[in-house]
Design a protein around this ligand. Structure first.
Ligand code: MGD
Ligand code: MGD
Ligand code: MO
Length: 752
């Protein structure tokens, strides 16, 4: 189980932030969580006098470096951004040409923004009208401006609307597709972008190919297995096309809190690279772990999934090597790939992740099928795949298989050979433009995707029409048809890509339209070899011909401000499921309850029927600290790293603390709706106002006041254990992605 967190990649990259004249940060704390990347923010300030604006419910270390800070109520970023748009449209600060040529549906946004007067925004968000105006003017009148977000926007029941709202703001200002602009989403883990691109997710195949029969058939070919064999791996055909459980709610498949739309209860869980106590509502996760038949954790530490359960049998910990004992390719937050070399061989009896998976496949009898794809090569002239050898070389052949198969996001150019060359020539790239010099001339560092062909440069800035496609230029992808509601979805003539032989917008390329779009005639051999469209074209001929014409294979279309396939066509404010402003739910209610999304039902309106704010008046904000990571087992297991921050705590405003008789350094209880509670040390802090508290997420080993020290196998107990913040995070999930609402719950505090 890997990542279901976060959305999207950076459209630009960290070095490019140095080109910004204004930076607005929503729900990210890079001074703490991306400190190396944050140096680029500071350089933009020093070099361009860039205005740094931070919107966060806490006064963070990033806010401390900012020129302007908005103290926002959790879960109200949409009203804040509509407030900005209200002021932008009123003053004519929007980029009309950009909107006309490159955006669909902005009229609907303009209509909604009209309603969000600064006074209304102030009432909902808690940010004063003056501050909203100052921030908007500073941001909208300095171009280019870059917009940064991370988990403060995503972990909400309206997370997917938040992450559409932010790009809309950038589109309105014409800040997309330019150096120093873009939406720069600071991703989390090492290689989380790669995990997403490879689809360690439950709703798509690798490379974001859907779960349709067509995609399965394409992958059957690329994996070198029979489609019917793949089909036979499922209990019934329908599960092949159905979304699976998400990481955030897998445990409901065991304990059935809500009706489950799966064929059978989950009997076993295999955990490889997740801390488990980082899943919201840990007390329910604990119940599932107690009930399940088999728990396997494959990882370098004593993963606390094995500790928080009271289960005595059927729990296995497989010692797994770390990244330092392994080699391969990882993808950075900006879509660049990096080759990583092994430092030492796996120590003691530990095995690498891939060896564990290979062994698993052997035991379960599908090893030959598992590795078959690595023995194939594309015969481009014929458009077929051919078996060329009986063995494979790891990781090179794995990487080349990925390059060969994933065309949607343009990984075609990511061959092992090229990526190794980039690693060997690190010093030959410029950190601000990523452009290569000397032997690396004509390529950008790490070949940021899309890297359309094995000769392409990579694309450091997405959607820039002022660069040729060869140099990484492109328009927006044509993904949603040609016309909607009578309006063309293709880009206007003002958005012609530099050097393209086709003016203005054009559709994504198919075998059937390529001759017309590019004004060429295919030879019979080309026709024979060519796949149905550029995404499944093993011959790569579509991409090659497109590049020859200076055209991006995925089309040149408009970005959608109106997404007609989503529950809210344009982002709408909806109060968090558990809101301290119950008076607002009449005007901004959550969604109706939803049936069977990712195999579980999801409650919305039925939760919001109750006013929890009377008993639980405080907002609960969770997040990270600099000296720990994720579930925290890595740092807590190190004597020296643990020393920096050796105990779980709660940041609490002294005024609030004193109301409850809680002294600085004393123990306190935090109670959540439904009964769960945690006991932690109070740490006075002015970073939080007296209507909210903050909990770091990095501890485990104590559950609701109960110390579980005894459960650690001998010699594995970390130097500190503590309550998990997630024991008190509230029920609530995004309607599209199922990301939990860990950033906008309610709680109450009590002296312990
Ligand atoms: N309340 C609340 N909850 C949250 C969040 C929040 O903000 N608030 N944030 C969420 C987010 S964004 C994330 S990403 C998650 C993070 O949550 P996790 O993914 O659970 O965090 P990590 O501690 O990084 O977990 C990785 C595990 O992998 C192990 N590991 C390290 N290297 C290797 C390796 O090479 N191989 C294997 N097999 N294992 C390895 C580590 O020892 C660790 O146990 O937490 C989420 N949970
Ligand atoms: N040292 C360290 N670095 C890390 C990690 C780590 O564990 N430790 N984890 C990595 C991972 S997996 C990830 S995903 C990233 C996450 O990086 P960030 O997203 O920066 O991390 P968080 O601290 O979870 O949350 C960011 C901010 O969101 C704010 N916030 C909460 N609710 C809201 C809201 O409704 N609106 C707004 N505007 N802001 C809100 C919080 O107060 C917090 O300051 O960090 C990565 N880097
Ligand atoms: Mo993350």
């Amino acid at each position: 189980m890997a990542n279901t967190w976060g959305y999207g990649a950076m459209t630009n990259h960290l070095g490019d932030i140095q080109n910004a004249k204004a930076i607005i940060v929503f729900g990210a704390n890079p001074a703490v969580n991306h400190p190396v990347g944050f140096k680029n923010f500071l350089k933009a300030k020093e070099q361009n006098n860039a205005q740094l604006i931070v919107v966060d419910p806490r006064y963070t270390k990033t806010a401390a470096k900012a020129d302007m800070y908005a103290h926002i109520r959790p879960g109200t970023d949409i009203p804040f951004m509509y407030g900005m748009l209200h002021i932008i449209f009123k003053n004519g600060w929007e980029d009309k040409g950009f909107i006309k040529n490159r955006v669909y549906g902005m009229d609907d946004v303009i209509k909604e923004a009209k309603k969000w007067t600064p006074e209304k925004v102030a009432n909902v968000t808690g940010v004063s009208t003056e501050m909203l105006y100052q921030i908007t003017r500073a941001y909208a009148t300095r171009k280019p401006g870059t917009l940064i977000w991370a988990m403060g926007l995503t972990q909400h029941s309206i997370g997917s609307s938040n992450t559409r709202m932010a790009p809309i703001l950038q589109l309105a200002l014409g800040n997309m597709g330019v150096a120093g602009g873009g939406c720069n989403i600071l991703r989390g883990h090492d290689n989380v972008q790669g995990a997403t691109d490879m689809c360690c997710l439950s709703h798509s195949l690798p490379g974001y190919y859907g779960l349709s029969d067509g995609s399965w058939k394409y992958f059957a070919k690329q994996w070198g297995v029979d489609y019917n064999w793949l089909k036979g791996r499922f209990k019934a055909k329908k599960w092949m096309n159905a979304k699976g459980f998400t990481l955030s709610r897998w445990y409901e498949g065991v304990i059935k809190e809500d009706p489950i739309h799966s064929s059978s209860p989950i009997k076993a869980v295999w955990i490889q690279g997740n801390g488990i106590t980082t899943i919201s509502r840990t007390a329910s996760v604990q119940k599932a772990l107690d009930k399940i038949d088999l728990i396997v954790v494959a990882e370098p530490f004593a993963n606390e999934a094995a500790i928080i359960t009271n289960k005595k049998d059927g729990v296995y910990i497989l010692p797994t090597a770390t990244q330092f004992e392994n080699e391969g390719m990882v993808t950075a937050t900006n879509r660049s790939s990096q080759w990583r070399s092994k430092v030492v061989d796996p120590m003691y009896e530990s095995k690498t992740d891939q060896d564990i998976m290979f062994t698993f496949a052997k035991k379960f009898g599908f090893y030959n099928e598992f590795v078959a794809g690595m023995k194939l090569r594309a015969n481009k002239a014929k458009g077929t795949l051919e078996k060329v050898k009986d063995t494979f070389k790891w990781p090179e052949d794995g990487v080349d298989e990925i390059a060969r198969a994933i065309k949607t996001i343009g990984l075609t150019g990511w061959t092992a050979k090229r990526l190794k060359k980039h690693q060997e020539n690190w010093q030959m790239f410029d950190e601000v433009t990523l452009a290569g010099m000397g032997p690396m001339r004509g390529e950008y560092y790490g070949l940021p995707w899309p890297c359309w062909t094995t000769k392409h440069s990579g694309s450091p800035i997405l959607y820039d029409v002022n660069l040729t496609v060869h140099q990484g230029g492109m328009g927006f992808r044509n993904r949603f048809g040609l016309v909607h509601d009578g309006v063309s979805q293709l880009a206007g003539d003002g958005a012609t890509i530099k050097g393209a032989s086709v003016e203005g917008g054009y559709p994504e390329l198919h075998k059937d339209n390529i001759e017309k779009v590019l004004n060429i005639t295919l030879t019979p051999a080309q026709k024979e070899a060519m796949g149905k469209n550029w995404k499944v074209d093993i011959s790569d001929e579509i991409a090659e011909l497109a590049l020859k014409a200076g055209v991006a294979p995925y089309g040149n279309a408009k970005a959608r401000a109106n997404v007609w396939t989503f529950p809210d066509k344009i982002p709408m404010h909806r109060e968090p499921l558990h809101t301290p402003r119950y008076d607002l739910i009449k005007e901004y209610p959550t969604y109706k309850d939803q049936k069977d999304k990712y195999r579980v039902d999801t409650r919305y309106a039925s939760v919001q029927k109750t006013d929890y704010s009377k008993e639980f008046p405080l907002n609960l904000v969770t997040g990270r600290v600099n000296t720990h990571s994720g579930a925290g087992i890595i740092e807590r297991s190190s004597k020296y790293l643990n020393k920096h921050n050796p105990e779980m705590y709660c940041s609490i405003n002294p005024n609030l603390a004193l109301e409850h008789g809680i002294k600085d350094g004393a123990m306190m209880w935090i109670h959540a709706p439904g009964g769960p509670k945690v006991k932690v040390r109070a740490r006075y802090s002015y970073s939080v106002s007296d209507d909210r508290i903050f909990l770091p997420i990095h501890w485990a080993g104590i559950m609701q006041g109960v110390n579980l020290s005894e459960n650690y196998p001998e010699g594995t107990k970390p130097y500190s254990i503590g309550e998990s913040a997630n024991t008190v995070t509230n029920y609530g999930y995004d309607i599209v992605t199922q990301i939990p609402e860990t950033k906008a719950g309610l709680c109450r505090v009590e002296k312990a």
